[in-house]
Design a protein around this ligand. Structure first.
Ligand SMILES: Cc1cc2nc3c(=O)[nH]c(=O)nc-3n(C[C@H](O)[C@H](O)[C@H](O)COP(=O)(O)OP(=O)(O)OC[C@H]3O[C@@H](n4cnc5c(N)ncnc54)[C@H](O)[C@@H]3O)c2cc1C
Length: 499
């Protein structure tokens, strides 16, 4: 019997992950990618001029977490070698721990906490090159999928997708037939519309604001300069009104991201120069990295607004809306980019899908249901925890804009404020504990890197104990010479003076 033919719509991180997972198992794979931009000659050229307008986040800061790095290590070790050959770096938890603690007690599993310092453009360029070089994938760029082809599946009574119609610019629509269509066309996916056109019930979609806009700028370290220390790849500071990240990249290029509430008119100034620079130099950690003695800018400021947490359901009440079609990556679900999970979860889904196809190649309904089960187990919990965290961050930002203190542990009438207490616990208990307590740091890093389930962190009794002990010490800690950053009012003053 000929191998099953998988048609993938979208040739970005998710689509390429699916291609790799499927082709390495012997399935025939065709990728349709709408962007008509030839692959640049090198990753360096890609950063300068690869036009990836179909994936507008391509030039934003990206953290590539241990979940993703370990999937690459386990399924495509030669790809990992190609990434490091292009200047990507593996950031080992063990190395960091040895710097922070004297004679640390390491544990089994510590060797898995390894993230990748690599620009997203570099990652995508090396990945596409790798997939093309396998010779196993028919990658068609400049080909846009336009609608689905379907027949009725008498056994299940729902539409069976048998292919995708697609066209090149100026060309005619052509049918690309397949046994499984995988929608990996990103957050702006048309799958809901395409399914409605063939008569399925409406695809349910839930969407809520992340509560931030996002800015990124890249910088190049000067020759011979040692980069300042990075905690496991990212230095993050949450000032409440402004979230700040320094992201290590490949080839001595790093990036800085500033994110704030879209409703905060004062902070919106950081969307542009010179306010972005003023904010960066007002925050000690970013000032250190961007000092003219350390680095120089390597890009303009990239901006992104209207960021939402969005989920789409292709299975309702245990029944698929259609069979022969699934979604992977941002098209299925995307969440606040600040947590850096998109690529890792897209690859988690890609490899889960390949396992489901192995198990149910002859039963398309069972395939969709098995994949949905894996999504609900491995991906949805991360989405749901993000909804809760974003709702709280939005409250914090709004309170600060009103001039209130969202970290107050008591209400004006003297009663306890549990939300304020939890926030204060995280701010004044967690951050110091991560520097002082190896178990806390390990548990935190495992969760951040998607190696444990969300929520496991606070369910661990010894973590909770350490957290409370650390919080109890908050007034005894000597104030450090360096604060995390200015208050909102101070920052507004700085931004106003530069506007
Ligand atoms: C600002 C920002 C920062 C982020 N930071 C991180 C991070 O730190 N770490 C992380 O892991 N993730 C991060 N993410 C998420 C991450 O970028 C995505 O999850 C990841 O790129 C996977 O995307 P994708 O392949 O599903 O979709 P995309 O990358 O959006 O790609 C979709 C592809 O489909 C193509 N396409 C669209 N329509 C069609 C069509 N009709 N026919 C053919 N092709 C089509 C597009 O051209 C594009 O190439 C961030 C996202 C944003 C917005």
């Amino acid at each position: 019997m000929p191998p099953k033919h998988v048609v993938v719509v979208g040739g970005s991180i998710a689509g390429l992950g699916v291609s790799l997972a499927m082709s390495s198992r012997g399935y025939r794979v065709t990728v349709l990618e709408a962007d008509q931009t030839a692959l640049p000659a090198s990753h360096t050229e890609a950063f300068e001029k690869w036009d990836r307008r179909g994936s507008p986040q391509a030039r934003h800061s990206h953290a590539l977490l241990a979940r993703l790095r370990n999937l690459i290590r386990d399924h495509a070790p030669d790809l990992l070698g190609k990434l490091t050959a292009c200047g990507a770096e593996e950031l080992h938890f063990i190395d960091r721990v040895k710097q922070l603690f004297d004679a640390p007690m390491l544990e089994e599993g510590d060797e898995d906490i390894v993230s990748l310092a690599c620009r997203r453009v570099t990652f995508e360029w090396v990945l596409r090159r790798h997939v093309l070089d396998t010779g196993l994938v028919d990658f068609r760029d400049g080909v846009k999928a336009t609608r689905l082809e379907a027949s009725n599946d008498h056994a299940s009574g729902v539409p069976l997708i048998t292919g995708v119609w697609a066209k090149r610019a100026g060309g005619n629509e052509e049918l690309v037939e397949g046994d499984l269509v995988v929608d990996a066309s990103g957050r702006r996916s048309q799958l809901r519309k395409w399914l409605a056109e063939i008569g399925t019930p409406e695809v349910r979609e839930a969407s809520s604001p992340c509560g931030i806009f996002y800015t990124s700028r890249f910088y190049r370290l000067l020759d011979g300069v040692e980069p300042p220390a990075l905690d496991g790849g990212i230095v993050g500071v949450d000032l409440g009104y402004l979230k700040v990240g320094v992201f290590a990249g490949d080839s001595r290029v790093f990036s800085i991201t500033l994110a704030a509430s879209p409703t905060d008119q004062e902070m919106r100034r950081v969307l542009k120069l010179p306010s972005f620079d003023a904010a960066v130099s007002a925050i000690p950690v970013t000032a250190k990295w961007t000092s003219p003695a350390v680095s120089q800018p390597a890009s303009d400021i990239q901006r992104m607004a209207n960021l939402n947490n969005t989920r789409r359901w292709l299975v309702e009440d245990g029944e698929p809306l259609a069979i022969g079609v699934v979604a992977v990556g941002d098209s299925l679900m995307h969440m606040n980019p600040i947590v850096g999970r998109g690529c890792s979860l897209a690859w988690t889904a890609a490899f889960a899908l390949a396992e489901c196809l192995d198990a149910h190649a002859e039963d398309p309904r069972a395939l969709v249901l098995a994949y949905d089960e894996r999504v609900r187990k491995d991906i949805v919990p991360w989405y749901e925890i993000q909804l809760t965290q974003d709702a709280d961050s939005i409250e914090v930002a709004e309170a600060q804009q009103r001039g209130e203190d969202p970290f107050r542990t008591t209400n004006p009438d003297g009663s306890n404020n549990p939300k304020g207490f939890m926030r204060s616990l995280m701010k004044e208990g967690l951050m110091p504990a991560l520097k002082e307590d190896l178990t806390m740091l390990r548990t935190f890093m495992r969760t951040m890197n998607l190696l444990d389930q969300p929520g496991d962190f606070l369910k661990n009794p010894s973590v909770m104990q350490s957290l409370l002990a650390s919080y109890a010490m908050r007034d005894e800690r000597k104030p450090t010479a360096e604060s995390e950053g200015p208050t909102r009012d101070e920052m507004i003053g700085r931004l106003t003076n530069t506007a």
